[in-house]
Design a protein around this ligand. Structure first.
Ligand code: DX5
Ligand code: ZN
Length: 220
């Protein structure tokens, strides 16, 4: 099945958000990736609830909300989750992972657990029935513009095999971090379904956005 593109909106220059969103709509981009950071789970602050509600006012592209916050289970009401949107919570951010997934599902959201680079995929074993997707960080969370952690590619392959072997081939794999023109084909070959497009691919001002989206689509 062809891959899906979810551009990382924290990488969009403020003065160009409107034209990026318009180009994404015209080129059927599937989701918009929204990095929410609280300065506790990760050493950065990013994209709050006001940003999300403003973005919803200018586009109907479904959001793919990546929560890099502690104890997300008690904050899910803040994001006005719409049916069909992805919401990812970090396995490492709360003892109440399953409860958070239940809440996302009760709001009609699609559930995703995000794993930091060093977290083994086996932690997902007893969460599989509750999952629509798994988000694999191929950089350490908190900042754009970082380099791929090399073992991340093997982790994509291992995750695909783990999900298939456990009888969950429908669970999608999203990859987040240095999804560059060079890395995309390798990530695709390893079994990626959703690609978080950031500073090393779509948000590269030298090329018109439409051209970048078409090039991205040709690689996945
Ligand atoms: C980092 C975020 C990523 C980041 C991707 O914590 O989760 O979405 O914005 O940026 P690049 O593609 O530059 O690594
Ligand atoms: Zn992200």
């Amino acid at each position: 099945m062809a891959g899906k593109i979810t551009p990382s909106m924290m990488c969009a220059p403020l003065d160009k958000i409107g034209c990026y969103v318009k180009a994404f709509e015209e080129n059927q981009v599937e989701y918009l990736h929204i990095d929410v950071m609280d300065g506790q789970f990760v050493p950065n602050l990013m994209l709050g609830t006001a940003y999300i509600s403003s973005l919803r006012k200018i586009t109907s592209i479904p959001l793919d909300i990546h929560l890099m916050i502690v104890n997300p289970e008690s904050k899910l009401d803040w994001f006005d989750i719409q049916p069909g949107e992805y919401v990812s919570i970090h396995y490492e951010s709360t003892p109440h992972v399953q409860r958070a997934l239940q809440t996302i599902k009760s709001k009609g959201g699609k559930t995703m657990v995000a794993l930091n680079p060093g977290t083994p995929i086996e932690v997902l074993r007893y969460l599989l029935p509750d999952l629509d997707g798994v988000l694999l960080m191929t950089v350490n969370p908190g900042f754009a513009g970082q380099k791929l952690i090399p073992q991340g590619l093997d982790k994509i392959r291992d995750t695909r095999k783990f999900l298939d072997d456990m009888g969950y081939p429908q669970i999608e794999i999203e990859v987040d971090g240095n999804v560059s023109w060079e890395n995309i084909p390798k990530m695709a070959a390893a079994g990626t379904d959703l690609y978080v497009a950031g500073t090393s691919s779509l948000f590269n001002d030298k090329v018109p956005v439409e051209e970048s989206v078409k090039r991205f689509r040709s690689l996945i």
